[in-house]
Design a protein around this ligand. Structure first.
Ligand code: AMP
Length: 215
């Protein structure tokens, strides 16, 4: 089972990917989480990625394609994986297809998390993230048990540098400009599965399960 979760920042694809990954016991591969880990450990890759990320721009294609190429070769990806935040450009999608084709594989479905921009700004400004395990919370709608402490791993929660309003607006513009063409890319392949992402996380999850079990 190879799935792509596609949608603007804040559409809930990360939250849903984590839950689906735990249920199906297949890994969730988030290029954003991988890049944040590289930044936290101070690697060269992290340093160069940070410049793009803090501005809300995309990290160059060859960097994220390299990360994904290495990651999907690992043994836990044998029975499938969920791509969360990758691909984000047409060249990334083409590189993914080529990588998979080499193994006789292909993307099974691209789930499109559909939601209006105005809802996303308030979701993202209230978001708090655990930089250690990637868990996400919201100051009003998904509070941690202890303020600013991750329920899963007890690390400190932070507001991501790119979850500030000016950067959010830039990330949305980048999505519409560079990532939304992927909707047509997957539609033309007949594997685009639109999902209403405005509902509560539980409702969206129920729809996601239904959609993927019937698809
Ligand atoms: P995310 O956690 O998916 O919202 O990603 C945070 C940031 O990491 C993005 O705004 C980009 O700067 C960078 N990033 C994550 N995934 C990709 C990707 N597939 N291509 C390029 N940049 C990415």
């Amino acid at each position: 089972m190879i799935l792509v979760f596609l949608g603007p920042p804040g559409s809930g694809k990360g939250t849903q990917a984590k839950r689906f990954s735990a249920d199906k016991r297949i890994p969730q591969l988030s290029t954003g989480d991988m890049l944040r880990k590289a930044i936290a450990s101070g690697t060269e890759l992290g340093k160069s990625a940070q410049e793009f990320m803090s501005k809300g721009s995309l990290v160059p294609d060859e960097v994220v394609i390299g990360l994904i190429r290495e990651r999907i070769a690992e043994s836990d990806c044998q029975s499938g994986f969920i791509l969360d935040g990758f691909p984000r450009t047409i060249p990334q999608a083409q590189a993914l297809d080529a990588l998979l084709r080499g193994e006789g594989l292909q993307v099974q479905a691209a789930v499109l998390f559909e939601i209006a921009d105005r809802v996303l700004v308030s979701r993202l400004t209230g978001r708090r993230t655990c930089l250690k395990c990637g868990a996400m919370y919201h100051v009003e709608t998904m509070r941690p048990r202890k303020p600013d402490v991750c329920d899963q791993c007890s690390s400190q929660l932070v507001q991501r540098e790119d979850d500030r309003e000016d950067v959010i607006l830039k990330r949305l513009a980048v999505y519409h400009d560079q990532t939304s063409p992927l909707e047509n890319y997957y539609r033309e392949k007949g594997i685009l599965e639109p999902l209403d992402a405005t509902q509560t996380p539980d409702t969206v999850y129920t729809s996601l399960r239904r959609l993927l079990s019937s698809g």
